[in-house]
Design a protein around this ligand. Structure first.
Ligand SMILES: [Zn+2]
Length: 132
Protein backbone atom coordinates (compact mmCIF):
# COMPACT_ATOMS: atom_id res chain seq x y z
CA UNK A 1 0.00 0.00 0.00
CA UNK A 2 2.79 2.42 0.80
CA UNK A 3 5.46 1.25 -1.64
CA UNK A 4 6.42 4.55 -3.24
CA UNK A 5 7.23 3.01 -6.64
CA UNK A 6 3.67 1.92 -6.99
CA UNK A 7 2.33 5.42 -7.04
CA UNK A 8 1.86 6.66 -10.56
CA UNK A 9 0.46 9.72 -12.20
CA UNK A 10 -2.02 9.22 -15.07
CA UNK A 11 0.95 9.16 -17.45
CA UNK A 12 2.55 6.31 -15.53
CA UNK A 13 5.38 8.29 -13.96
CA UNK A 14 6.53 7.27 -10.52
CA UNK A 15 8.01 10.61 -9.42
CA UNK A 16 4.86 11.60 -7.60
CA UNK A 17 4.61 13.36 -4.29
CA UNK A 18 1.41 13.29 -2.33
CA UNK A 19 0.43 16.53 -0.75
CA UNK A 20 -1.01 16.99 2.71
CA UNK A 21 -3.43 19.50 1.30
CA UNK A 22 -4.82 16.85 -1.01
CA UNK A 23 -3.90 15.69 -4.45
CA UNK A 24 -0.41 14.93 -5.62
CA UNK A 25 2.36 16.34 -7.77
CA UNK A 26 4.21 14.60 -10.60
CA UNK A 27 7.74 15.86 -11.04
CA UNK A 28 7.97 14.44 -14.56
CA UNK A 29 4.75 16.04 -15.77
CA UNK A 30 5.38 19.06 -13.56
CA UNK A 31 1.67 18.98 -12.91
CA UNK A 32 -0.60 18.64 -9.94
CA UNK A 33 -3.37 16.12 -9.91
CA UNK A 34 -6.40 15.84 -7.73
CA UNK A 35 -7.22 12.75 -5.76
CA UNK A 36 -4.94 9.83 -5.12
CA UNK A 37 -2.09 8.76 -7.38
CA UNK A 38 -2.72 5.64 -9.36
CA UNK A 39 -1.60 2.56 -7.46
CA UNK A 40 0.42 0.42 -9.85
CA UNK A 41 -0.27 -2.61 -7.69
CA UNK A 42 -3.88 -2.30 -8.77
CA UNK A 43 -2.76 -3.18 -12.29
CA UNK A 44 -2.33 -6.72 -11.10
CA UNK A 45 -5.64 -6.85 -9.33
CA UNK A 46 -8.18 -8.62 -11.52
CA UNK A 47 -11.08 -6.73 -10.03
CA UNK A 48 -9.78 -3.18 -10.38
CA UNK A 49 -12.42 -1.90 -12.78
CA UNK A 50 -10.93 1.45 -13.72
CA UNK A 51 -7.52 0.03 -14.58
CA UNK A 52 -8.49 -3.24 -16.18
CA UNK A 53 -11.10 -1.55 -18.26
CA UNK A 54 -9.62 0.39 -21.14
CA UNK A 55 -10.83 2.51 -23.99
CA UNK A 56 -10.32 1.85 -27.63
CA UNK A 57 -7.92 4.55 -28.82
CA UNK A 58 -10.16 5.84 -31.58
CA UNK A 59 -13.19 5.72 -29.31
CA UNK A 60 -11.31 7.82 -26.75
CA UNK A 61 -10.22 10.34 -29.37
CA UNK A 62 -13.84 10.58 -30.50
CA UNK A 63 -14.97 11.16 -26.93
CA UNK A 64 -12.40 13.92 -26.52
CA UNK A 65 -13.42 15.54 -29.77
CA UNK A 66 -17.11 15.44 -28.90
CA UNK A 67 -16.19 17.43 -25.79
CA UNK A 68 -13.85 19.96 -27.36
CA UNK A 69 -15.19 20.19 -30.92
CA UNK A 70 -11.93 21.71 -32.18
CA UNK A 71 -8.14 21.40 -32.00
CA UNK A 72 -7.72 24.41 -29.71
CA UNK A 73 -9.69 23.46 -26.65
CA UNK A 74 -8.02 21.20 -24.09
CA UNK A 75 -9.90 19.45 -21.33
CA UNK A 76 -9.07 17.20 -18.44
CA UNK A 77 -9.61 13.50 -18.70
CA UNK A 78 -12.11 13.63 -15.87
CA UNK A 79 -14.31 15.99 -17.85
CA UNK A 80 -14.53 13.51 -20.69
CA UNK A 81 -14.65 10.27 -18.76
CA UNK A 82 -15.79 8.95 -15.45
CA UNK A 83 -12.80 6.63 -15.68
CA UNK A 84 -10.08 9.29 -15.96
CA UNK A 85 -7.20 6.95 -15.17
CA UNK A 86 -8.14 4.56 -17.93
CA UNK A 87 -8.87 7.45 -20.24
CA UNK A 88 -5.49 9.01 -19.47
CA UNK A 89 -3.72 5.77 -20.28
CA UNK A 90 -5.56 5.60 -23.57
CA UNK A 91 -4.63 9.20 -24.28
CA UNK A 92 -1.00 8.20 -23.95
CA UNK A 93 -1.48 5.65 -26.74
CA UNK A 94 -3.31 8.23 -28.80
CA UNK A 95 -0.40 10.65 -28.34
CA UNK A 96 1.97 8.02 -29.63
CA UNK A 97 -0.15 7.90 -32.77
CA UNK A 98 -0.25 11.67 -33.11
CA UNK A 99 -3.98 11.89 -32.54
CA UNK A 100 -3.96 14.02 -29.39
CA UNK A 101 -1.66 16.41 -27.58
CA UNK A 102 -1.26 16.94 -23.89
CA UNK A 103 -1.23 20.42 -22.49
CA UNK A 104 0.45 20.62 -19.13
CA UNK A 105 0.46 23.53 -16.78
CA UNK A 106 2.20 23.71 -13.44
CA UNK A 107 -0.98 24.74 -11.71
CA UNK A 108 -3.36 22.16 -13.08
CA UNK A 109 -3.66 18.59 -14.16
CA UNK A 110 -2.78 17.74 -17.72
CA UNK A 111 -5.39 18.45 -20.31
CA UNK A 112 -5.81 16.88 -23.70
CA UNK A 113 -6.78 18.19 -27.09
CA UNK A 114 -7.07 16.53 -30.44
CA UNK A 115 -4.51 17.23 -33.14
CA UNK A 116 -5.53 18.00 -36.69
CA UNK A 117 -4.90 14.36 -37.50
CA UNK A 118 -7.06 13.35 -34.57
CA UNK A 119 -9.76 15.74 -35.67
CA UNK A 120 -9.94 14.13 -39.10
CA UNK A 121 -10.27 10.74 -37.48
CA UNK A 122 -12.75 11.85 -34.84
CA UNK A 123 -14.91 13.88 -37.21
CA UNK A 124 -15.71 10.71 -39.08
CA UNK A 125 -17.02 9.23 -35.87
CA UNK A 126 -19.20 12.17 -34.83
CA UNK A 127 -22.70 12.28 -36.27
CA UNK A 128 -22.97 15.65 -38.00
CA UNK A 129 -26.62 16.02 -37.07
CA UNK A 130 -25.59 16.03 -33.41
CA UNK A 131 -24.61 19.66 -33.87
CA UNK A 132 -27.47 21.82 -32.54
ZN1 LIG B 1 3.64 12.31 -14.67
Amino acid sequence: MSDPWRKRCPEGHTAVTTRQTGGYYCQTCQARYAGEPHDAAADDAPDAPDVRWSYDVLEAVGMLYRETRDTETAVRARRVSDRPAAFGQTMRKARNRGLVEKVSAATSAGRYRVTETGERVAAQMVPQEAEP
